[in-house]
Write a protein of this length. Structure first.
Length: 171
C-alpha cells in the first residue's frame, strides 16, 4: 500500500505544471498532504468513510477540500471515498435510510427510484428526514469504526515488523 501511495504522490510534481492545477499548486504541494505517517493516514481513512455518506455527488471535491483544510493524506482520502461508486451507492444509501427510519421510529416505506427531477421533487418527500439522519448516523459510525480499525491494523503491522527485526537481530 505504501508503494502505491508513493507512486501516486510522485506524479504530483508532474501534475503541478498543468494549467488547471497551477492556482492550487501551493496547497497541493504541502508535504503534510502526502505524508505516510500514521495519524494522517488513519484520520484520512476515517474521514473518507464519513464523506462516503454525503448524499450528493460531490465526494471527490469535498474530500480534496477536507484533506487540504485538515492536512490529511489526499491519496488515502480520495481512495477511500471511491468505495461509494455507482455499484455500491444503492445499498449504502438504502442502509442509511433504514438506519434513519429506525432511529426516528418510522416504518420504512417502499419506494420506486427513478433518476429524474420529478422523483427528486415528489418521490423523496416523505423519506428525506430518515434518509439524512441515517446518512449522518452512518457517517459518524463508519468514520469512528474506520479510524479504530485503521489504528489497530497499523499498530499490529508495526508490532509484527518490530518482532521480525528483533528475531533477526537475536539470531
Amino acid at each position: 500500500m505504501r508503494i502505491l501511495i508513493r507512486n501516486l504522490s510522485g506524479r504530483l510534481h508532474a501534475l503541478r505544471d498543468r494549467w488547471y492545477l497551477r492556482p492550487f499548486g501551493r496547497w497541493l504541494l504541502d508535504s503534510r498532504l502526502w505524508s505516510m505517517q500514521r495519524r494522517g493516514i488513519t484520520r484520512a481513512f476515517a474521514t473518507g468513510l464519513g464523506i462516503c455518506f454525503v448524499p450528493l455527488p460531490i465526494h471527490i471535491p469535498a474530500a480534496i477540500l477536507v484533506a487540504v483544510g485538515a492536512r490529511l493524506n489526499v491519496a488515502v482520502l480520495v481512495a477511500t471515498v471511491m468505495l461509494v461508486n455507482p455499484l455500491t451507492v444503492v445499498p449504502v444509501y438504502y442502509t442509511a435510510y433504514r438506519v434513519g427510519a429506525a432511529a426516528l421510529g418510522f416504518e420504512p416505506q417502499r419506494f420506486h427510484f427513478s433518476l429524474s427531477w420529478d422523483w427528486l421533487q415528489y418521490g423523496l418527500g416523505p423519506m428525506w428526514k430518515p434518509f439524512l439522519l441515517g446518512c449522518a448516523i452512518c457517517a459518524a459510525c463508519a468514520g469512528l469504526l474506520g479510524w479504530i480499525s485503521a489504528e489497530l491494523l497499523w499498530r499490529r503491522h508495526v508490532l509484527k515488523k518490530y518482532r521480525e527485526r528483533r528475531a533477526l537481530s537475536s539470531a
